[in-house]
Design a protein around this ligand. Structure first.
Ligand code: IMP
Length: 442
């Protein structure tokens, strides 16, 4: 069984939750390698809707070992809340959940620093999820971060927290009752440590041992390529390596362990927060996609900005991730449209650009070139296999494949886990399609 990565190819919210949930039971391990509880993976199980922010969605499947790698930043509050919520749904959490001793903690002063930072940027604010993600990564690279393993050393833990709290109080000019309090943060960390201790592991070693025993692993990306700290629309990005290349440092595994990368991409585009978005629709077209696609943030509830499929960004995401096969999600949202547009190029100051620009201020200013394709006459929703898909939709897929340079291997045709079409020929060598089909459809 191949080890595969599930990676978002746009600005997050591509529907990775559904796909990882579908695939998880076919793997022995599911691992998160970056981000934190800024992610929101919506999973539908029967008529229950569950939003997981930090814990891999594999946790819903008995026997799957779920791993949180050192590239993830962990909020103790979020972790305990999610564990409690899952236990409330009678999901077992024991030795099926491990978190890296090298993973950094998000502590209350990170959220304080983030709020102040966003305020100071004024019109240039990032529009973050306000989860303390950026400041936690800043402490990590600044070498002052608190790691999961530190929870086992109260003396060192206190020293680190005291230093960071004093720095933060001084930077933010906090005095009196508004000051962050070392004692309170330390006490909360120690209480967290007691409850979490059994889950703190050497995740890299654990993965290595399991792989040697013949186990398989699914790497679960969060956010998306265009939010990657290096390859995204900087500075309007998150603070981690969301691309497939982040898997190595984020888990402590070598690149030879990744057999394939499945890119998850919506049949149109959305974004939350600030930053450039060339194909954004500011008219009723955008509102149509938002309402029909239920495009409201899973983490913050913010309405998502919506627009047409951007094949320039799609081709770029294929390149930086090594994606050759994609899962096209939310195809059903385009059902009923007379015409569908796809952006195939950008013009800037009258010139055609060669690909996806590195500078956000250029991207902000580009003029997208569109090709208009006919809508499909019968709905994609309800299709059970490839032959049920409308001819115009298949043409749409061929067009996208040609422009981005990857094959459509799976089409998601609705919210329910059974609303999915597997394209066998495209999945060959990557997934055991028969086994997957049996798991999904019984
Ligand atoms: P942060 O990750 O909270 O620092 O936010 C930075 C940017 O990434 C903001 O534009 C957020 O809206 C966006 N972002 C972070 N996580 C997600 C996600 O899971 N889906 C979509 N956008 C996200």
């Amino acid at each position: 069984m191949a080890n595969i990565a599930v990676i978002g190819m746009q600005w997050g919210d591509e529907g990775k939750g559904k796909i990882t949930d579908l695939l998880a039971a076919s793997f022995d391990m599911v691992a998160r390698y970056q981000g934190g509880h800024n992610a929101g993976h919506t999973v539908h199980v029967d008529d229950r809707k569950l939003i997981l922010h930090l814990i891999p969605s594999g946790i819903l499947h008995p026997g799957v070992l779920c791993l949180i790698g050192c590239g993830v930043v962990v909020s103790p509050d979020a972790m305990l809340r999610e564990m409690a919520e899952l236990r409330g749904l009678e999901v077992k959490i024991g030795d099926n959940l491990a978190v890296s001793r090298k993973a950094h903690l998000i502590l209350p002063y990170h959220t304080g620093l983030e709020t102040a930072g966003e305020e100071s940027l004024g019109d240039r604010k990032i529009g973050t999820t306000s989860r303390g993600i950026g400041p936690a990564y800043r402490d990590k690279t600044g070498r002052t971060g608190v790691r999961m393993g530190d929870l086992r050393h109260p003396g060192l833990l206190e020293e680190k927290i005291r230093h960071n709290v004093e720095q933060t109080n001084s930077i933010l000019g906090l005095t009196g009752k508004t000051r962050f309090d070392t004692g309170k943060i330390l006490a909360d960390c120690l209480s967290f440590a007691e409850r979490i201790d059994g889950h703190i592991r050497d995740v890299s070693l654990l993965i290595d041992r399991k792989l040697r025993e013949g186990a398989s692993i699914l790497f679960e990306g969060a956010q998306g390529t265009l939010l990657d700290v290096d390859h995204g629309t900087y500075p309007y990005v998150t603070s981690s390596s969301a691309v497939a290349g982040g898997i190595g440092p984020g888990l402590g595994v070598g690149p030879d362990k990744i057999d394939g990368v499945l890119g998850i991409i919506k049949a149109y585009t959305t974004r939350v927060g600030e930053g450039p978005f060339p194909t954004e629709l500011h008219d009723e077209g955008g509102a149509y996609l938002r309402e029909h696609g239920g495009e409201y943030g899973a983490t913050t509830g913010r309405p998502r900005r919506c627009g047409w499929f951007d094949a320039v960004a799609g081709a770029y995401a294929c390149r930086v991730n090594g994606v050759r096969r994609i899962v096209l999600t939310k195809a059903d949202v385009l059902d009923g449209l007379e015409e569908i547009k796809v952006c195939t190029g950008y013009r800037w100051k009258g010139e055609r650009l060669d690909g996806f620009p590195a500078e956000s201020w250029i991207l902000e200013d580009v003029e997208p070139e569109y090709v208009t394709l006919p809508g499909w006459k019968k709905p994609v929703r309800g299709a059970r296999d490839e032959s049920d898909l409308p001819a115009e939709f298949r043409d749409y897929c061929r067009f996208l494949e040609d422009r981005i340079g990857a094959q459509v291997a799976v089409v998601s045709t609705g919210v329910d886990r059974r609303e999915i079409v597997l394209i066998e020929a495209a999945l060959e060598g990557l997934l055991d399609v028969e086994r997957l089909r049996a798991r999904i459809f019984g």
